[in-house]
Design a protein around this ligand. Structure first.
Ligand SMILES: [Zn+2]
Length: 266
């Protein structure tokens, strides 16, 4: 845990009269937390960084994988871009964020997703498809997983993709169009690929199927392992008549797939 280094400190509360008591206490609490538990890099535990420059550099890639998706739509492959290989310190940082509540990484991972959006080719794909507006849809977690984490952790990533698309004059908005009825349970690092595929299969549904007919969609997820989650997402949306243009993720598992099309550092 990056917050393992604790030190002693003496705290004084000298809040001016003009500052409301609850605000002063909140500031003191934040300061106390930062002094008592100085953080380290979520990847390598280097001091005083949320994610150090070396670890951040691991998320500067633009990896493209083409997932096959069963669909009535011709040419139904799904391009999936990711910023890093899910291994080593990159994997450690993602798990700190995802499973150990390191919410300070929201901002860093959002910046990574914005940069990936701008360099991966999804903007050009939107233009080629003649899309004037795009719905950005986060991949859903099971209700049990969201209860355990206390939040839908991929929403900030999806919002970052929205910002990046808007910066390119694409009318983008985030829509929570999918839900998972999977039972949840142990985290992705604790189960095999086959178990994960079995858990996800058939459990992802469009919340309001008639609402997305003809809509252009970009999917967002955190990690791509077997591709089962994104495959299910794309399949469900396409069956509802949506046009799923592609998907973006923080990281993907390397070396398990024969259809890796590109792995170029930018
Ligand atoms: Zn680091």
């Amino acid at each position: 845990m990056p917050r393992a280094r604790a030190s002693r400190a003496t705290l004084h509360c000298d809040a001016p009269q003009s500052i409301p008591v609850h605000t002063a206490l909140s500031s003191v609490a934040r300061a106390a937390f930062n002094v008592l538990l100085p953080r380290g890099c979520a990847g390598c535990d280097a001091p005083d960084d949320i994610l150090c420059a070396d670890c951040l550099g691991l998320f500067a890639q633009c990896r493209l994988r083409d997932l096959e998706v069963e669909s009535a739509t011709a040419g139904a492959g799904l391009p999936v871009w990711s910023a890093a290989i899910y291994q080593g310190v990159a994997r450690h940082a993602i798990l700190e964020w995802k499973d150990h509540d390191d919410v300070e990484l929201d901002a860093v991972f959002s910046q990574i997703m914005e940069a990936l959006t701008l360099r991966c080719g999804i903007v050009q794909r939107c233009a080629a498809a003649g899309c004037k507006s795009v719905l950005v849809v986060p991949a859903p977690s099971s209700r049990a997983s969201m209860r355990r984490r206390g939040r839908w952790h991929t929403l900030p990533l999806a919002q970052a993709v929205v910002h990046a698309l808007q910066s390119q004059s694409i009318a983008a908005m985030m829509t929570q169009a999918l839900e998972s009825r999977a039972s949840g349970g142990r985290s992705v690092q604790q189960i095999s690929s086959a178990q994960r595929a079995q858990r996800i299969g058939g459990n992802i549904h469009v919340t309001a199927p008639s609402a997305y007919r003809g809509a252009a969609v970009v999917l967002v997820d955190d990690i791509v392992t077997t591709g089962s989650t994104l495959r299910q997402c794309a399949q469900a949306l396409r069956q509802s008549g949506a046009q799923v243009l592609g998907a973006l993720a923080l990281a993907d598992v390397a070396g398990q797939h024969s259809n890796m099309l590109q792995s170029a550092e930018i």
